[in-house]
Design a protein around this ligand. Sequence first.
Ligand code: HMG
Ligand code: MG
Length: 304
Amino acid sequence: IQAAAVRIVEVGPRDGLQNIRDQIPTSTKLELIQRLEECGLRTIELTSIVSPRAVPQLSDCRDVLGNDRVQKSIKNTDLRLPVLVPNIKGLNIAIQHGVREIAVFISATEGFSKANINCSVEEGIERAKEVTSLALKSNIVVRGYVSCIFKDPYDGPTSPESVLRCVKSLLDAGCYEVSLGDTLGVGSPSNVRSLLTYLTQNGIPLANLAGHFHDTYGQAAANVCEAYRAGIRVFDSSVGGLGGCPFAPGAKGNVASESLVSMFHDAGIETGVDLPKLMQTGEWILKQLNKPTSGRIGMVASVN
Ligand code: HMG
Ligand code: MG
């Protein structure tokens, strides 16, 4: 790995919490956001504004976004605090709360698209375009996600052509960056390499891509490393390795932010994140959620 800065997109308050069944107090979510900011994370996905029936855990999104301290952070131009939004209804709520960045999301595959956002891939693209266009008119910047880049829980393997079509549509619509989601966490470094080669050979700039790897089979950190080698410089991760989607059964959490930051720092690549503080935050949130701390999440003991 060569030295160069990377940007970490902390998705813990959204992806990390969305699939947890027991309702987490809003105050815990607010404290998590504050702690993550204090760790030096500069991009934090705050919550999602989606159907409360689809994701009951984040149905307090208005309380999170309306909180005085969060409102102050939203206005702080040193921070990027995207909110996940599926449709115009979500966008309008984001606008009402002064949100400056949203994330739209589509799937490269039909089965997950239907289960997750109740429409076809084509309809998903059209919806995302409409939301992006309206958001840009309101001076809101838009990030995009494409899910199931390698495999769909219902349809099986994903064709690279459908990933390309989705990525291109979101960039053409005006998303400044598209995060490639291995929703099921089934990819390996060689899959990452071939997909990125295919996308770049077909005109997608690496500078407009990010990696979003779930860790179902323990390959997520290796996938980040391979994507970094291929030229990606933005990675999504979740404190404590939390994460998962209610519509992707069996998938595990995101790559842990602690593991990512530790891996990069050990290689001399700056992230701007205070690792000991981040580790404390990971331990704290896992304790709040009555989840065991995993021995795999931590600091690389440098052998240099
Ligand atoms: P639908 O049923 O087709 O839409 O759902 P609808 O317009 O008929 O709305 C259904 C109900 O939801 C209505 O309420 C709406 O008002 C309400 P009711 O009248 O029945 O009481 N509603 C909303 N409420 C709040 N905010 C909104 C909103 N929109 C509608 N924005 C819909 C379609 C897209 C709304 C639904 O399927 C949905 O919310 N899906 C989101 C599911 C989700 O959040 N999944 C997890 C995030 S994606 C992910 O995790 C992958 C990612 O991490 C990357 C990766 O890992 O690959 C990003
Ligand atoms: Mg995800």
